[in-house]
Every structure is written in structure tokens, then in C-alpha cells.
Design a binder for this molecule. Structure first.
Ligand SMILES: Cc1ncc(COP(=O)(O)O)c(C=O)c1O
Length: 382
């Protein structure tokens, strides 16, 4: 079976050379826009491309405001700060995510609380979230939610749409509202994915995107903060651009801020990439159908988009029978020129977060033992 899989992927990609898991595709106006950007000399934090890329991202996702950042991690950091996360707060998230999610929480001197994921989505479970809040927290006189055991305030919740599969977000929106917890969506992996026809990243107070080289579209490195709140959008722009008060010549900065703005040069690449986003997603969905046919009569399952969702199928996901089968599959494919990768080790197992609060994490552990990402680069003719 594994031999057949390697042959199948080689046939799909038309090569017997090494096949990476996700390569960027520069099939549009990339050269033209980047050359134009260089020509203009505006290659840094000011220029028409960075403004245009913000507008295009806002339009595509259906939010009022999009603020471009140097990467997705910086976008998350700012989203957490502007949600009011302070030193000593707890922030609920899932252990099954890229390390950046937890790191951004810790940049705010807050502590991540890792709750289990949903078997149907691989993202934060609304059921486990509600259970945790009922059993462990109370709303105090100041109106905020507190962890009864630690006495810490639970200020925010960051959920993540794993590999582009939307979580059951409507339920989580409602739960967070009831407990007065700010909701942030880490939509780094889910540009183009929708839940009930609404774009991921647009349900909470903030959403964030990543345009890292391995994402559905890339700016080399880059991120985006999404919000519908005008005041917060202004603040986000201000603290990602060193907190400088606009003036013809004076250098006056009114907050301790960040140099987090995406350079115009990167945004030029993004403007060209976003023109091809719908095509990339269409091809990724076709690739999923091909894999679904291939795995039909095997003992490997392919992970399909959850109910009420439209997934971008950023990385294709297969689920093996157990950890041993997973390791055999990883060993065989990586030794035979087809790059595959396991899902992340649960973040509560990493050295920095090993003393974090968690619930039972049964589903998260189940996925850690079984999930493998397989070749997912866009193929032009499928
Ligand atoms: C879930 C998730 N969150 C955050 C990030 C961070 O984005 P960046 O690499 O642009 O900082 C990534 C990916 O890189 C991610 O996959």
C-alpha cells in the first residue's frame, strides 16, 4: 500500500524527484508587481502594495479592516494585547496547534490553558470548553471570568482552524460571550475556509492570517490582523508601526509599540498571490477528491471538511490506525522521496508549557498518534 501511495504521488506531481509537502506557486503577476515595487524604491513599510494587500484581504474575508504585519505570530501578539490580555491572565487555547499560538500568549506574560479538540474538526471543542468553564471558573463582581483554583482571570480564548478545517465556531462564540471571554481566531492556516458561508477569522474580536512560505498563499513572510472594530483597527495599525504620531517631520511616539508592519516588497508578492487564491483552493479541493478515491479501499482514512464548512484543504490529512502505523508510513514515505509530516506534538508536552493547565486531551492525543500530512502543493492540471 505505501509503495502504491508513493507511486501515486509521483504520478500526480509528474516526477520521481523529491516531492516536498507544500511548495509555493508563482504563476501570476508576482515578478511584475515585485519588479514594480523595486522600481518605485518603496520596498519597506510604506507603499501602495501594503495598503492594497490590506484592502484585498479585507474584501476577500469580508471584514471591515485588515492590518498587515511581518508575520502571523506578530498579528496574534497584537490581537491578544488589544483584547486586553495582561500579565498573569490565562488564555484558553488548544494543544493541537503550531507553537506560535502558545508563544504569542506567553509574549503577553499570560498563561496558555490547553483544552481538548473536537474529533470532527481537529480544532477547539465547544463541549470541552463549556465543561471546563462550568467546572473550574466563576464570574466575579468585576464581570470577568476567573479560574477558581488559580485565581487568575481568563481574559481570552484563541481557537485555531487546523489545516484549514473550520471549528464549530458559532457555539464557541456563544460560550465566550456568556463567560465574558474575548475570542480570537488563529486563521493562519485557513484563508479561504468558511463556516456557514462566513469566512474563518471573522467571528471573534480579531482573526489573524499567516502568509508564511508554506501557506496557501505567501508573501515570503507576513501576517494580517482582521477586525470589524474601527477603533481597534486604528490601534492595531498604531502599535504595529512603532506608535508614531503622524507628523510631517517630528518623531513623537505615544506608546511602547512594535515594528511589526509588513514591508511593501512582501505585500507586492501578496497582491499577486491573492489573485490566484480561488484557483489554488479549487485545485486543492480536487486534490482531496483524488486522494479520497485513492484511500477508499485502504485502512487509511482521509480527513474531510466538517459539516457546515468549506475547507481550503491547505494541507491534506490522513489518519492512520495507530502510532505504530503512523511511524511506519512516515518512515517509508520520507525514505522514498515523498515528504510527509506528523501533526504537532501536543504543546503541553513542550518544555516551555509542560506545567500548563489542561483537561483530559483525549481527542488531541488521539490525533497526535495518528495524523500525517501528505503532499499538498497545488497541481495546475488535475
Ligand atoms: C496555527 C498557526 N498559528 C500561527 C502561525 C504563525 O504564523 P507565522 O509563521 O506567519 O508567524 C502559524 C504558521 O506559521 C500557524 O500554522
Amino acid at each position: 500500500m505505501m509503495e502504491d501511495f508513493v507511486k501515486y504521488v509521483q504520478k500526480l506531481y509528474g516526477t520521481k524527484d523529491f516531492i516536498p509537502m507544500h511548495e509555493p506557486r508563482f504563476w501570476g503577476n508576482e515578478q511584475k508587481y515585485v519588479a514594480d515595487c523595486i522600481e518605485s524604491t518603496f520596498v519597506s513599510s510604506v507603499g501602495k502594495y501594503v495598503n492594497r494587500f490590506e484592502e484585498l484581504c479585507a474584501e476577500y474575508t469580508g471584514v471591515k479592516y485588515a492590518i498587515a504585519t511581518v508575520n502571523g505570530t506578530a498579528a496574534l501578539h497584537v490581537a491578544l494585547l488589544l483584547s486586553g490580555v495582561e500579565t498573569g491572565d490565562e488564555v484558553i487555547t488548544q494543544p493541537l496547534t503550531f507553537i506560535a499560538t502558545a508563544n504569542a500568549i506567553s509574549y503577553c506574560n499570560a498563561k496558555p490553558v490547553f483544552l481538548d479538540v473536537d474529533k470532527a474538526t481537529m480544532g477547539l471543542s465547544d463541549v470541552k470548553l463549556e465543561k471546563f468553564l462550568i467546572e473550574n471558573t466563576e464570574i466575579r463582581k468585576d464581570g470577568f471570568c476567573y479560574n477558581k483554583k488559580t485565581g487568575n482571570r481568563i481574559k481570552a480564548c484563541v481557537l485555531m482552524h487546523t489545516f484549514g478545517h473550520p471549528v464549530k465556531i458559532d457555539k464557541i462564540v456563544e460560550i465566550c460571550k456568556r463567560w465574558n471571554i474575548e475570542l480570537i481566531e488563529d486563521a493562519a492556516e485557513s484563508l479561504g475556509s468558511k463556516y456557514q458561508n462566513k469566512h474563518t477569522g471573522t467571528f471573534g474580536k480579531f482573526g489573524i492570517l499567516s502568509f508564511n512560505g508554506n501557506k496557501t498563499i505567501t508573501t515570503g513572510g507576513g501576517g494580517m490582523i482582521l477586525t470589524d472594530d474601527e477603533e481597534l483597527a486604528k490601534e492595531a495599525k498604531h502599535i504595529t508601526t512603532t506608535g508614531k504620531i503622524p507628523h510631517k517631520w517630528e518623531y513623537v511616539h505615544d506608546v511602547r509599540a512594535f515594528n511589526y508592519r509588513m514591508p511593501n516588497l512582501n505585500a507586492a508578492l501578496g497582491c499577486a498571490q491573492i489573485e490566484q487564491l480561488d484557483f489554488f483552493i479549487a485545485q486543492k479541493r480536487k486534490l482531496f477528491n483524488k486522494y479520497q478515491d485513492f484511500f477508499k479501499n485502504t485502512d487509511i482514512d482521509i480527513f474531510a471538511e466538517p459539516e457546515n464548512s468549506f475547507a481550503n484543504y491547505w494541507l491534506q490529512v490522513v489518519v492512520l490506525k495507530n502510532r505504530k502505523e503512523r511511524d511506519n508510513f512516515l518512515e517509508y514515505t520520507n525514505s522514498n522521496g515523498v515528504m510527509t509530516r506528523p501533526i504537532w506534538q501536543l504543546l503541553n508536552k513542550s518544555k516551555m508549557y509542560k506545567n500548563s493547565i489542561t483537561d483530559d486531551l483525549v481527542n488531541a492525543q488521539w490525533f497526535e498518534d495518528r495524523v500525517v500530512n501528505i503532499s499538498s502543493s497545488v497541481i495546475k492540471n488535475l
